[in-house]
Design a protein around this ligand. Structure first.
Ligand code: SAH
Length: 399
C-alpha cells in the first residue's frame, strides 16, 4: 500500500535507511517538497523504488522520520497499537522493581520523536516533532491500550517553535482521562519519589538514572558525608541517605526541584533538617567548599547535557574535565565519585579522558570501580547510536 506522497532521495543515501537509521535530513532529499503539511505520511524512494515510510516535518532539519521499512505496512491506528504493544512487552519482560519507567523511548522503540514516561497511574506523552501532532490522538489511544490501568495521559510537547508563536509554545494538558494530582508518588526499588508531571523538568523525573540511584544506595553504606551536585528532586540524595550517609548536601539551581527534594526526604521517613539543601550554582558551591576545605565520602555529579550540538563537543569535554576536577577537590581519600554524562555526542572514551585529566590536575589517584550505561527502558537501536547517551562511572579515590 503506497503512500500518496513519494520523496526521492539523493543518490546513494538509501543505504543507512535500509539498515535501519530512522532519520532523513532535508539535504538528503533530491528535491525539497513544497507546501506539504506536517505529519503527512510519505514514502522515501530511490530511483522510484520504495526504501521506507515515515512522517514529514517541514520545520525540522530532519524532514522525514522513519516509521516502517515494510512497503505493505500502513500507518494507521493499528500501526500505533502494534508499536506501543511492542514497547510495552519489553518493559513487562525487563523492567523490575519500579512503578515509574519509560514506556516509549523514541527512535529506539521504532517511534521516532515520541517519548512516553509512566508514573504509576499516569502517562506523560512528549512529542518532539510537529510531524507527530496530527497523529497525537491515535498515539494516545494506543498508549491507553498498551498500558492497562492508566487513569490519565498528560501531554507535554517539546517541539522546537518560533518564540513569537505562542500557539506552538510547549503545552501541558490532559490528553485523556483524569487530571494528574499535584504530585504523583512512585516506588523505585523501595524508595518513594514524588513527581510533578506538570512543572517538573522533562516529564517530571530522570528515569534513566534509576539503576544508578539504586547503586548509590548500596555504595553509601559507611560513607557519612555525601554531596549530590545537580540533584534535581534529590533522587540520588535520598538513595544515599537511605543507604547510610548521615549528612547529604543537595545542590541545584532550580528552587522547585530543591523544594521537592526536601519533600522526598520526608516521604522516605528521613528528616530534611538532618541534611542540607542549596539552591545555587553547583560550580560555585564546589569552589566555596574547596576553599573551606570541606571533604565528602561520596560525591554524585549528574549535570545536564553539556554538548547540545556537534560543534560544542570540545567545549563540553573541557566542561566535564573542569567539573570533575572541582568534584575531586572535595572528595576525601577513600571516597567515591559517581559521575555521569548524558551528552550523546560525548563518547564514553571522551568522558573517561575528561575524568583522567581532572584527576591529573588535582593530583589524586583514582580507580574506576563501576561503569554503567542506560537501563532497559531506555533501549538503544544498534542503528541509532545517537540513542546511546548515558554514561555513569564510579571512581574510588585512592589517596
Ligand atoms: N540527578 C538528577 C537529575 C539531574 S538533571 C536525578 O537523578 O533526578 C540536571 C539538573 O541540573 C537539573 O535539575 C538542573 O536544574 C540542574 N542544573 C543545571 N545547571 C546547574 C548549575 N549550574 N548548578 C546547579 N544545578 C544546575
Amino acid at each position: 500500500m503506497k503512500s500518496e506522497v513519494s520523496l526521492e532521495l539523493q543518490k546513494d543515501l538509501a543505504r543507512h535507511l535500509r539498515a535501519g537509521h530512522p532519520w532523513v535530513f532535508r539535504k538528503a532529499l533530491a528535491r525539497a517538497p513544497r507546501g506539504l503539511a506536517a505529519g503527512t505520511i510519505v514514502d522515501v524512494e530511490e530511483q522510484g523504488r520504495f526504501v521506507a515510510r515515515g512522517y514529514y516535518d517541514p520545520h525540522s532539519a530532519i524532514s522525514v522520520r522513519i516509521l516502517t521499512r515494510e512497503p505493505a505496512e500502513a500507518i494507521d491506528g493499528a500501526f500505533w497499537h502494534r508499536r506501543l504493544a511492542r514497547a510495552a512487552a519489553l518493559r513487562a519482560e525487563l523492567v523490575r522493581g519500579t512503578s515509574g519507567y519509560r514506556l516509549v523511548h523514541g527512535e529506539s522503540d521504532g517511534l521516532p520523536g515520541v517519548v512516553v514516561d509512566r508514573y504509576a497511574g499516569f502517562a506523560v506523552l512528549k512529542l518532539y516533532s510537529a510531524g507527530l501532532t496530527p497523529h497525537r490522538a491515535a498515539i494516545v489511544e494506543a498508549v491507553q491500550a498498551a498500558a492497562p490501568g492508566l487513569r490519565g495521559v498528560y501531554g507535554r510537547d517539546e517541539i522546537p517553535h518560533d518564540e513569537e508563536d505562542e500557539e506552538a509554545a510547549p503545552l501541558g494538558r490532559v490528553l485523556a482521562g483524569e487530571e494528574p494530582p499535584e504530585r504523583i508518588a512512585i516506588e523505585e526499588h523501595g524508595m518513594r519519589l514524588l513527581v510533578d508531571v506538570r512543572r517538573g523538568q522533562k516529564t517530571g523525573l530522570f528515569l534513566d538514572q534509576r539503576e544508578n540511584r539504586r547503586l548509590v544506595r548500596e555504595l553509601a553504606a559507611g560513607r557519612a558525608e555525601a554531596l549530590n551536585c545537580f540533584s534535581y528532586t534529590g533522587g540520588f540524595s535520598v538513595a544515599a541517605a537511605l543507604g547510610g550517609s548521615t549528612h547529604v548536601v543537595s545542590v541545584d539551581v532550580d528552587p522547585e526541584a530543591i523544594a521537592l527534594a526536601r519533600e522526598n526526604f520526608r516521604e522516605n521517613g528521613l528528616d530534611p533538617a538532618d541534611h542540607a539543601f542549596a539552591t545555587e550554582d553547583a560550580f560555585e558551591l564546589l569552589a566555596r567548599y574547596k576553599r573551606e576545605g570541606r571533604r565528602f565520602d561520596l560525591v554524585v555529579c549528574d549535570p545536564p547535557a553539556f554538548a547540545k550540538s556537534q560543534k560544542a563537543v570540545e567545549a563540553a569535554v573541557a566542561g566535564y574535565a573542569s567539573l570533575n576536577r572541582a568534584a575531586l577537590s572535595v572528595l576525601a581519600p577513600g571516597g567515591l565519585l559517581v559521575t555521569a554524562s548524558c551528552s550523546a555526542r560525548v563518547s564514553a572514551e571522551q568522558f573517561y579522558d575528561a575524568v583522567k585529566e581532572a584527576a591529573f590536575k588535582v593530583r589524586v589517584d583514582l580507580q574506576l570501580v563501576e561503569e554503567r550505561r542506560q537501563p532497559p527502558d531506555h533501549p538503544v537501536s544498534p542503528q541509532f547510536r545517537e540513542g546511546r547517551y548515558l554514561k555513569c562511572l564510579v571512581y574510588r579515590r585512592v589517596k
